[in-house]
Ligand binder design. Structure first.
Ligand code: TEU
Ligand code: CA
Length: 574
């Protein structure tokens, strides 16, 4: 049975960088409301807001000190209620970012827990110990490349934090914690939100606090990733809160593998509706996403095929607030003369995203082809993860030039520079000094200049969103990898559950991930006779000009132009 969240497109907003409305250089909720017309025109059906709750902003809001209040930098609760109402008038749903693995240390619960106030003693994971780095409760390291334990001067004990020391982990062995979380979900669902993006939702249950297998990345992971206790928490939340309200959930599941993702997102298990995995964005990186290695289009196809065919339903995404900009990462920005094919490669990536099986997620600015930042040094970077990684690499004696070479590729700030709305002052984002530098290419890449340009990246995104919406095969059909040679990959989308050759549309997608015109081997050309119906080079116009009495231009091109993307409709019964 089809679900509303399979039909729609989700647009992620990182509020502090989206639109400033009160001239303090920080994006805010009224700013989002003012841009609803643009979002409706794009075709977004759901808006996912990164956290706007009260927070000391150590991790840009992923350190929450009050789940039931809005941080003043973003506005007020009535601004939030107004956004939900105004979006609703346009048929747009809102989902909130649910961060329940940890809170801020400035949350009332932590303040009470550190003082052992009655009932709060065990809201977090505390361990006795002398204040001495040499005898931490275990050898675990954090996602931010530091110790995972800090000593609290008030309680005189250690507490666990898988992220920053100001983000203490909640203790789900204490049933009161889950009750608190249920109430937070109800509070926001009663406000009219349609569901949640669930932050690092696969590390909630720590089965053991024993030492972990030593690793450069996340010593201790095996004790808390995707544990049975975590599945139980998700099933409880689904059963008691989410399903009764028909709420939608997408889980961010760090370091998840396919088997774990199946358990977390299998419909019959009633845990999450879908999950964000990272496999497809890390095939040209070592140590998660920090050290670059060669991009291989064939490897990308293999990984996409694994998840497209492995999961019942995918969350399809190429960018978010933690990842670098996809046109810089997998597009022409990866190579030399990146600007030459910037537009065409941004469109190629849109063809990829909107012809895969699953719910597409667009990250703010992706629809206009925003690129990685143009910072010249770490002093312009705000993200704590980048600065911690720099400190770790310095300790490992990597020279400064190499540290910066790698960090500028993977820094989360690449995704966090302000949205480039127009070529005017502050790129139309703010009239003040922005909290983070605006990319100097906003004169060339901005929403306003693309809005009415039929050939722009933005117009192409709108067309791809409509194309997907209009095709049952693209939404629900099977995915089959067809071809991978050098920079070219091809895959097929066929109507699901029909014998080969069933009626209904079938498509073959061909993508050239290079700046060179590349021949298709004979095998590929034979793969998909048919008609080019869509491309980022206008090739379909050729195939559409069938000469009188002649069949339409035989679809498959013998070679793909640099960064060319082609969608071929193959005849039924192929
Ligand atoms: O991210 C969790 C997380 O695992 C990422 O930082 C991850 O390391 C990377 O994106 C995978 O390549 C979530 C939020 O998205 C992030 O912004 C927060 O900093 C983090 O949780 C803590 O809440
Ligand atoms: Ca503001």
């Amino acid at each position: 049975m089809k679900k509303w969240w399979q039909e729609t497109v989700v647009y992620q907003i990182y509020p502090r960088s989206f639109q400033d409305s009160n001239g303090d250089g920080i994006g805010d909720i009224p700013g989002i409301t003012s841009r609803l017309p643009e979002l409706a025109e794009l075709g977004a059906g759901v808006l996912w807001l990164s956290p706007v709750y009260k927070s000391p902003q150590i991790d840009n809001g992923y350190d929450i000190s009050d789940y039931r209040d809005i941080d003043p930098i973003f506005g007020t609760m009535s601004d939030m209620e107004n956004l939900i109402a105004e979006a609703g008038k346009r048929g747009i749903k809102i989902i909130m970012d649910l961060v329940i693995n940890h809170t801020s240390d400035e949350h009332d619960w932590f303040q009470k827990s550190r003082r052992r106030e009655n009932g709060y003693e065990d809201y977090y994971i505390w361990k006795p110990g002398k204040k001495d780095r040499r005898n931490l409760p275990n050898n675990w390291t954090s996602f931010f490349m530091e110790d995972a334990w800090s000593f609290d001067e008030i309680r005189r004990e250690y507490y666990l934090h898988l992220f920053h020391k100001k983000q203490p982990d909640l203790n789900y062995r204490n049933p009161k914690v889950l009750e608190e979380v249920k109430n937070i979900l109800k509070f926001w669902l009663d406000k009219g939100v349609a569901g949640f993006r669930c932050d690092v939702i696969n590390v909630l249950w720590k089965t053991s606090l024993a030492d972990g297998k030593k690793s450069l990345m996340l010593t201790g992971l095996e004790h808390y990733k995707c544990q049975e206790g975590n599945h139980e928490i998700l099933r409880t939340l689904r059963k008691e809160v989410l399903d009764p309200r028909g709420a939608f959930t997408v889980g961010e599941t760090a370091m998840v593998n396919l088997e774990e993702a199946k358990l977390l997102s299998d419909a019959a298990r009633r845990e999450l509706d879908m999950v964000f995995y990272f496999d497809h964005l890390e095939m040209d990186r070592r140590f998660a996403r920090f050290i670059p290695k060669k991009f291989r289009a064939g490897e990308l196809l293999a990984r996409l095929a694994k998840w497209q065919r492995g999961l019942e339903w995918n969350a399809v995404y190429l960018e978010n607030h933690d990842q670098s900009r996809i046109v810089s990462h997998y597009g022409s920005g990866r190579g030399k003369n990146g600007q030459l094919y910037w537009e065409r490669s941004a469109k190629l990536l849109a063809v990829l995203e909107f012809t895969l099986r699953g719910t597409p997620f667009i990250y703010q600015g992706q629809e206009i082809g925003m690129t990685n930042f143009d910072f010249t040094g770490l002093d312009q970077v705000k993200d704590i993860e980048t600065h911690n990684l720099n400190r770790l690499m310095k300790k490992l004696l990597f020279p400064a030039w190499l540290r910066w070479k790698w960090l500028r590729l993977s820094s989360r700030d690449n995704a966090r520079t302000p949205v480039q709305w127009d070529a005017g002052p502050g790129a139309g984002f703010t009239g003040a000094a922005p909290w983070l530098g605006i990319n100097s290419n906003y004169g060339r890449i901005n929403y306003h200049d693309q809005k009415n340009d039929a050939g722009s990246v933005l117009s192409f995104y709108k067309m791809m969103i409509r194309f997907r919406a209009g095709s049952g095969t693209i939404k629900y059909g099977e995915f089959r990898p067809l071809y991978a040679k050098g920079p070219i990959i091809a895959y097929e989308r066929r109507p699901a559950q029909t014998p080969r050759g069933g009626d209904g549309e079938s498509f073959v997608v061909l993508l050239n991930f290079s700046g060179k015109k590349t021949k298709l081997s004979g095998a590929a050309a034979a793969l998909c006779p048919g008609t080019v119906i869509l491309s980022n080079t206008g090739r379909e116009a050729l195939s559409g000009t069938a000469r009188a009495g002649q069949p339409p231009f035989p679809g498959v091109p013998a070679a793909l132009e640099p960064w060319e993307a082609v969608v071929v409709r193959t005849p039924a019964g192929r």
